[in-house]
Ligand binder design. Structure first.
Ligand code: AMP
Length: 414
């Protein structure tokens, strides 16, 4: 369906065309009809999904149709957002979409002088976009009249909750007329947000949009090209250089899990394994030790790790790349939970390059390559404390030694 086919005002359609918006995004497709009907909405959508226009289009349409004269009869829509940047961003969208309509919007926020804002509020403002603090200050001084508000929009509600605006939101809600429509948008959802949302909306239409990039923005994920037989040395180095971090390692099979466990044991690194051969009690003990941070390294297979929620995992290591691309997203999603930052690194051998390609196709973009210089690569092999494997370093040393020996000979022959 195109915007042309929507039952919205001609002026808005023209503005949309000017912006180059032809078809609604997913969130717009799902939000616009219920908002136009006056229903409450509870939407989980991140920035980048087109959520601003998802509420701006129907709100402007409702207000434009209703406002027959340019009479000043108070604020009809209140948009509350956590930050000044977001307020400005949203105000811009309202401005662009309401050109040539009878709808006027205003943006106010803290950190600047309030007098010019008070002056602007004298005009005939229909939509007020604001951060909670400044709005509350002005309302308590009598400069903002909320008696005519029909639509309340809370954007990035999860962020507002984190910033401690919850009391402000509840207080504002109390100042509004009893009958009003509430549109609640959040980028993430957890029990706290759900509780807040359901205390503010009534029989809402629920909408959930998966973001374009399925990997959370909190996760810095990259790939390093490492030979299959060298992976354990790189893991050893990563662990030893991040001793305080909780690290979750994914391998392809249970046999590989035990092998990595033994390789770590040989170099004095304590780890745990979780896979299909472990019974429930073992699994429970392992999870408990890892969650508490008693052991900081957990080696897991995909199936055994599904559905487990572990707080504060700093690193996810794809020791083997997952055969199913969607598991890549599940795996790296074990770090960077909520608002925490996380790192995920994939060890990709030559044989696994086709799998990496599939993963990148699934993600819709390439995974950043972590360049390892030749010297660093060899340094990592030297770094190992694995007595069994020091022969590797010895072979390389020996090769270098022979190369250096051969060169002068060749020259001499000339
Ligand atoms: P938002 O999630 O509201 O921050 O929007 C993300 C980006 O998508 C902004 O740059 C918008 O200009 C753009 N956008 C929103 N709706 C559409 C649409 N229907 N077609 C094309 N681009 C859009």
């Amino acid at each position: 369906m195109k915007f042309e086919d929507y039952h919205i005002s001609f002026e808005i359609k023209k503005n949309l065309a000017k912006l180059g918006f032809k078809k609604p995004t997913d969130i717009q497709f799902k939000s616009i009809p219920p908002v136009l009907k006056g229903e409450d909405v509870l939407a989980i959508a991140q920035t980048g999904t087109g959520k601003t226009a998802a509420f701006a289009i129907p709100v402007i349409d409702i207000l434009h149709r209703r406002k027959n004269t340019r009479r000043n009869d108070g604020i009809k829509c209140l948009v509350m957002v956590p930050t000044r940047e977001l307020a400005q961003q949203i105000a811009e969208v309202f401005d662009k979409l309401s050109r040539h309509t009878r709808v006027k919007s205003l943006c106010i926020f803290g950190g600047v002088e309030q007098d010019p804002q008070i002056k602007s509020l004298d005009g005939d403002v229909d939509v007020l976009i604001t951060t909670p603090g400044r709005m509350f200050d002005l309302a308590s001084q009598g400069f903002v009249d909320l008696n005519r508000v029909e639509i309340l929009i809370l954007d990035e509600a999860d962020h507002m909750l984190d910033l401690g605006f919850i009391t402000d939101i509840r207080d504002v809600k109390r100042k509004l007329p009893r009958k009003h429509q509430t549109l609640f948008y959040s980028a993430t959802i957890d029990e706290k947000i759900k509780k807040l949302a359901y205390s503010l909306v009534e029989n809402p239409i629920r909408i959930q949009i998966s973001p374009k990039d399925p990997v959370s923005k909190n996760v810095n994920h990259s790939v390093a090209y490492i030979g299959m037989d060298d992976k354990r040395f790189f893991l050893e180095r990563l662990v030893k250089e991040n001793e305080e971090s909780k690290i979750l390692i994914f391998v392809r099979t249970k046999v590989r899990a035990e092998r990595v466990f033994k390789a770590m044991e040989r170099v004095g690194i304590k780890s745990l394994t979780i896979h299909g051969d472990k019974d429930q009690k073992d699994r429970f003990d392992v999870m408990s030790q890892f969650k508490k941070g008693e052991v900081k390294l957990l080696i897991a297979t995909d199936i055994s790790a599904r559905g487990i929620d572990i707080p504060s995992v700093e690193y996810v290591v794809n020791y083997d790349l997952p055969e199913q691309s969607e598991n890549y997203v599940h795996r790296v999603g074990r770090t960077g939970r909520g608002r925490e930052k996380g790192f995920a690194v994939s060890f990709c051998s030559d044989e696994e390059k086709p799998i990496l390609k599939e993963i990148e196709e699934y993600l819709g973009r390439p995974v950043t390559v972590m360049e390892i210089k030749k010297n660093d690569y060899h340094e990592t092999l030297d770094f190992t404390e694995d007595a069994d494997d020091n022969w590797k370093a010895l072979i390389i040393d020996n090769e270098n030694f022979l190369k250096n020996q051969k060169k002068p000979n060749k020259k001499k022959k000339k």
